[in-house]
Design a protein around this ligand. Structure first.
Ligand code: AMP
Ligand code: MG
Length: 403
């Protein structure tokens, strides 16, 4: 079959997508709503962390020299708890302060001994230090982060730990990229809403549900449209509506060479196609272009393919739209524990599970690799990135994309 002018390699497809990302505005949101959002500018710490020298242990604080040679007995002169209640007094020779984790170090003290290594004589208000004091149990002001230091950079995704760090740095609100509103349009006469009775020839529609999950995973907002029958007029009307309401449209189905593949037909006749078909397997028929000025991905109808193509094409496009940030793809290097089918032309994306128990990561197929087999994706840890020409033979190595 002669190649169409739009048929591209995977790197070419990504290059086209990254050259024309969405331009998303920015907004400020409360920190509580930050999960999975993408920071739109560098965040500098408003404070030192720790804010002051403090104890890493519940125990005693004293001058190190007073604890050698151990054991040594010291006079307990004060108790210091975390918080502003009792600013600590100074410690001098022979004295010690009972101190709680996170409480400020008293002036003069330069060592801590955890309570487990101390014998307290409550009656005489003394303590026997069984070991020499430990200087490393003092958490020094600014040792984690200094005021003014940029700890979180533009385009970072807010995870539970980075949300915590925003709070540590003193931010109650955070500047983020606005979420793209992404319309999801599935197509096919055979599709029925899950839960409804099925007529002969019908199947449950699954792609739009998986795609909503992927859009949320990527940190954006999904709007699902009622599944469209295979009619060019209905499809046109739905795409027109989605183009008015959304920043980006994802369709599923109808992009191959079949007579009822109306997404491709409509885009060919009335849209603006940038590429159609990519040298990847599964998922070769995707299309990218513009409908009434709004970017549109025509994803394949086969459920495993639509998911894989989202990860391989829509993911990089959305990352380019948020300053290179967003959920990052992680690659691992795996050895094939069994042979996987490849061909000379395509980037082969086999669904694999990865045995991590040994010294090297071993990749096994998750079973039948049909592009309609969603279960093989559910079982997968990763997708192989078998470059065109890779033999796919047992014992060879390849990169894999963690799912
Ligand atoms: P198409 O690309 O429209 O020819 O669809 C390819 C295959 O994917 C067919 O077997 C369809 O029935 C199936 N398919 C298409 N869209 C969906 C969908 N939204 N949910 C589940 N399966 C679908
Ligand atoms: Mg179809």
């Amino acid at each position: 079959m002669p190649e169409t002018p739009y048929f591209v390699s995977y790197p070419e497809a990504v290059k086209i997508l990254e050259s024309q990302p969405l331009t998303l505005p920015t907004e400020t949101i409360p920190l509580d709503q930050g999960y999975n959002r993408i920071i739109s500018r560098n965040l500098d710490s408003k404070v030192d962390d720790p804010r002051f020298d403090n104890s890493a242990m519940d125990g005693f604080a004293f001058r190190h020299q007073d604890s050698t040679p151990a054991p040594a007995r010291l006079q307990i002169t004060q108790t210091i708890q975390a918080g502003p209640a009792n600013p600590p007094g100074a410690i001098v020779k022979g004295q010690t302060a009972r101190i709680m984790t996170g409480a400020p170090m008293p002036e003069g003290a330069d060592a801590i001994l955890p309570i487990e290594l101390c014998e307290v004589d409550e009656e005489n208000k003394t303590v026997l230090l069984l070991e020499e004091g430990k200087k490393h149990f003092i958490r020094k002001q600014g040792e984690n982060l200094q005021e003014g230091h940029t700890a979180l950079h533009k385009a970072t995704v807010l995870t539970p730990s980075s949300i915590g760090l925003c709070a540590t740095m003193g931010y109650s609100e955070i500047p983020v990229f606005s979420q793209a509103k992404i319309g999801i349009v599935s197509t096919g006469d055979e599709l029925q809403t899950p839960g409804m009775p099925l007529k002969d020839g019908e199947i449950y529609e699954s792609n739009s549900f998986g795609l909503v999950g992927l859009v949320k995973w990527a940190g954006h907002q999904a709007k699902r449209y009622t599944s469209v029958v295979d009619s060019i007029d209905t499809l046109r009307a739905t795409l027109d509506q989605a183009a008015k309401e959304c920043d980006l449209i994802l369709t599923s189905g109808g992009v191959s060479m079949g007579d009822w593949d109306f997404v491709r037909k409509l885009m060919e006749e009335e849209g603006d196609i940038k590429f159609w078909r990519v040298k990847i397997r599964p998922g070769s028929p995707p299309l990218f272009g513009y409908w009434k000025g709004v970017p549109l991905f025509g994803l394949p109808g086969n459920p495993a393919s639509s998911h894989v193509v989202f990860r391989m094409l829509v993911g990089p496009y959305l990352r380019a739209s948020t300053g290179g940030g967003g959920i990052q793809e992680r690659r691992i290097r795996v050895q094939l524990a069994e042979s996987l089918k490849t061909d000379g032309k395509n980037l082969i994306l086999r669904r694999i599970f990865v045995d991590t128990s040994g010294e090297k990561l071993l990749a096994y197929s998750t079973g039948y690799q049909g592009s309609g087999n969603l279960n093989s994706l559910v079982l997968a840890d990763a997708l192989t990135l078998l470059e065109p020409g890779h033999s796919g033979e047992k014992g060879t190595w390849c990169d894999a994309l963690l799912l």
